[in-house]
Design a binder for this molecule. Structure first.
Ligand SMILES: [Fe+2]
Length: 418
């Protein structure tokens, strides 16, 4: 059974949740049933909270003087605001020598030497979280006396925010963050993809407009730009360029002849021999295209391809006579694709060549007109019939007079990049 990515991720999250919850539950049970380490704390009797949230106060609620001693009532209060319980506790305060216990309540109390020791009454052994212990004594002392601190000790019970619990808590927070993050990312990705698709649509629509200008100028080569784009993109794909680059090569192929708009119709569609001046005018479509597409910097290589697709590998091309690898890669690719399409289409001045003639011509041009590293890909595409697929696809769209419109669906999946 194959699960889609969302279900798979959801299952992982659910599994993580179950593991965390089980660990947390086990930890709770263990902690609740475990009487663990000793607990001891010295507290000032001022009510200041020193540690663990256990704090204590005392009030001297009455004092008198008899013949040879003082007597006073002390009301104690100990509050447990921490996150642990304490069992079998004992509270101790220092008292002056000879102190006598006259009365007590709320606890068991006893004088042991110079200490007054409080222990819980039998029904009040454990001092739980949020509990408050109120108890009091009446003492007879030789001198006026006010207790300043109390020692409280016992055994911890219940939870104590131990390391394991903290780890589980942190893991749970991480889990929750990932869970939320996952869905936010999915949502954003979906929006982003929608936007990306829309961007591609805008690009394609702009290109449609361009191409219809070019076609209007040179109806005889209608469909040329699109075929060149598809051949060039396939070469790029077979050369294992990245998907982005394949897509850029496609756009570069579509617009490579944009400069033809600036060539007079009479020259562009002239049958028969061209004068030197006319040939120069036609060759100038490269420079014109380069100028026209100067602004199109967001699609890499578009301008260079229009400018340099008639350069030759041996340096005898135009407009600048660039040589070898100094000719931009896209222009070298489109150059081969452009020549193939020219040879395989009828022109005003000649009919198209057959397959063997074309292969021979292209191989003859390898290293002189064409980049010898690109030629084998083009030859393969002719031999394995890919070029015919392109011709069939474009022919359908070319059947109507002005019916040639490029849509998203015309671009094979890979060129869309998603
Ligand atoms: Fe051209």
């Amino acid at each position: 059974m194959k699960l889609d990515k969302t279900t798979e991720t959801l299952l992982i999250f659910m599994a993580a949740f179950v593991i965390l919850f089980t660990a947390y539950f086990v930890d709770r049970v263990c902690a609740d049933n475990n009487v663990s380490s000793e607990y001891t704390i010295d507290m000032t009797l001022t009510g200041a909270r020193l540690s663990d949230g256990v704090y204590a106060t005392v009030a001297k609620s009455g004092e008198g003087k008899a013949r040879n001693h003082y007597f006073a009532q002390f009301d104690f209060s100990i509050q447990n605001n921490g996150n642990i319980g304490i069992s079998n506790w004992t509270a101790t305060i220092d008292v002056p020598k000879g102190t006598e216990l006259s009365n007590f309540w709320g606890v068991e109390a006893d004088i042991e030497g110079d200490k007054l020791v409080f222990t819980p009454e039998f029904y009040n052994l454990s001092f739980s979280k949020n509990d408050k212990l109120d108890f009091g004594v009446v003492l007879n002392t030789g001198e006026s006396f006010y207790p300043s601190k109390i020692n409280f000790r016992g055994y911890k019970t219940g939870r104590n925010g131990n390391v394991f619990t903290n780890i589980i808590f942190v893991a749970f927070i991480i889990w929750a963050a990932l869970f939320v993050g996952f869905f936010v990312t999915r949502f954003n990705l979906k929006n982003y993809r929608e936007k990306q698709k829309n961007d591609v649509r805008v690009i394609l629509q702009s290109m449609n407009t361009f191409i219809s200008f070019i076609d209007a100028k040179d109806p005889y080569t209608r469909g040329h730009s699109r075929r060149v784009a598809m051949y060039a993109a396939e070469i790029a794909k077979r050369m294992r360029l990245t998907e982005d680059e394949v897509q850029n090569v496609y756009y570069a192929g579509l617009l490579h002849d944009a400069g033809k708009i600036s060539v007079p119709d009479a020259v562009l569609n002239k049958p028969g021999r061209l004068s030197d001046e006319e040939r120069k005018q036609i060759q100038d479509h490269t420079v014109a295209g380069g100028k026209m597409l100067k602004q199109m910097t967001s699609l890499r290589g578009i301008r260079e391809t229009a400018l340099y697709h008639h350069e030759r590998y041996d340096g005898d091309g135009y407009p600048e006579g660039l040589k070898g690898e100094s000719i931009p890669l896209y222009a070298r690719i489109v150059g081969v694709a452009d020549s193939y399409d020219a040879m395989s289409s009828n022109r005003v001045y000649r009919r198209h060549l057959n397959k063997d003639e074309i292969i021979e011509e292209i191989q003859k041009g390898s290293g002189t007109q064409f980049d010898p590293n690109i030629v084998p890909y083009m030859v393969d595409m002719i031999n394995d019939g890919y070029v015919n697929v392109v011709k069939m696809e474009t022919a359908e769209n070319d059947s109507g007079e002005n019916n040639f419109h490029l849509t998203e669906d015309d671009i094979p999946g890979v060129y869309m990049g998603f």
